[in-house]
Design a protein around this ligand. Sequence first.
Ligand code: AMP
Length: 143
Amino acid sequence: MNVATILKLKGAEVASVEPGATLETAVRLLSEKRIGAVMVLDEDRKIQGIVSERDIVRALATHGPACLPMTVMSVMTSTVKTCRSSDTIDQVMAQMTAGRFRHVPVVDDGRLTGIVSIGDVVKLRIAETELEVSAIRDYIAAH
Ligand code: AMP
């Protein structure tokens, strides 16, 4: 099972905003879609950055509610680590652990094709483990 398996299950939709969008817009999107991060894309859908709830909490702690009209560009992380759909779940888990982030956009041949969250990864990992356990149980019962 790899990143492509996750995208097949959850789809290729990526919630995104433009660099000049306000934090208020980003907050609304996070809430509506029940997600933890949005991609910041330019008009050519090229990745400019990522804004997660962590960045917004940090902005709130620094500026208070006055941060809401600020642009996402001013709080986003602009060096974004990405993965490919052919990457394994273990590779993405290792990437998330090493970088201490919970979202990884998927880029294939320079094109954004989806995003995986730690929730997606854990869900698939549990399904994989359950399959293995059931296969082992069947094997033991048959021998
Ligand atoms: P998260 O755990 O995804 O809420 O993000 C924690 C911090 O890492 C925030 O400052 C994000 O902007 C940043 N971040 C999230 N995903 C990535 C990524 N794929 N590459 C680089 N930074 C990221």
